[in-house]
Design a protein around this ligand. Structure first.
Ligand code: HEM
Length: 229
């Protein structure tokens, strides 16, 4: 038992162990996004289909399903963030050791990853308050009756939609780089596969991006307005 705890401890303390944790939790979040997008696209199937889907999510396994998923997401999101912070601090400390530290800077891509990641964090907090906790009393009342109507009314506000679209743009940039990095960290990238992996990562990010932004855009252009005035 103590041998297992020891090796787990050294795995978590090693740079490669931390990179693997960031990659595996990133992969789980990437898969969540594909699932969340697929479910959200039911918005186009109409009020009944979307509300039925939302009802299913909340009643799956007598209501425990959604809490298991939430716990999993929280652990992945927290570990992804925490181990990224540790790795960034390690890299900074290592750079300080160089003789010409003024000329050795963090690569541009990792700075972009940190800033896009922090924007996603801010977005997720806003999004949870908006559609899950429902801090707006009026929207909460509508959401209890019909989640489809809640999304339509939520995105009829141009400022809210604009914020979602900006956040999705940064999410897309984070994914285009992050998905390719998952392959690299897990040792699945070689000279031969580097090109196709780069293309796959960009294509995946584009599908997630256009899929998600299509919803606020369609609503701003009038989708659902005949049912919700
Ligand atoms: C147009 C884009 C999006 C729409 C329309 C949308 C819609 C929704 C809705 C309606 C809910 C509430 C589900 C419920 O409780 O009934 C929800 C929850 C959630 N969304 Fe989104 N979402 C979008 C984008 C995103 C993105 C990009 C992320 C992640 C970066 C995300 C992460 C989450 C999370 C973590 C939850 C909480 C799940 C829970 O605990 O219930 N969403 N979303």
């Amino acid at each position: 038992m103590s041998a297992l705890t020891n090796s787990l401890g050294s795995f978590i303390k090693s740079s490669i162990g931390r990179k693997i944790i960031v990659a595996v939790t990133g992969l789980a979040l990437v898969l969540f996004l594909a699932g969340h997008l697929t479910g959200n696209l039911l918005i186009y199937a109409g009020q009944e289909a979307f509300d039925e889907y939302a009802h299913f999510l909340h009643t799956f396994l007598h209501g425990t399903g959604v809490w298991i998923a939430r716990l999993g997401l929280l652990v992945c999101f927290g570990a992804h963030l925490w181990f990224t912070i540790l790795l960034t601090r390690e890299n900074k400390a290592a750079r300080k050791g160089y003789a010409h530290q003024a000329t050795v800077q963090a690569p541009k891509s990792s700075l972009i990853m940190i800033w896009s990641g922090l924007t996603i964090l801010a977005f997720v907090i806003f999004h949870l308050l908006h559609f899950t906790v429902r801090t707006d009393a009026e929207l909460a009342k509508i959401g209890a009756e019909s989640p489809w109507k809640m999304v339509i009314i939520g995105f009829q506000n141009p400022l809210v939609s604009l914020f979602y679209i900006i956040a999705m743009t940064l999410l897309c940039s984070h994914l285009a780089h992050g998905v390719a990095s998952i392959f690299q960290t897990l040792g699945l990238r070689s000279n031969r596969t580097a090109g196709p992996i780069r293309i796959f990562a960009k294509a995946y990010a584009a599908v997630i991006y256009f899929g998600f932004i299509s919803i606020p855009l369609a609503i701003l252009f009038g989708y659902g307005s005949d049912a919700v005035k």
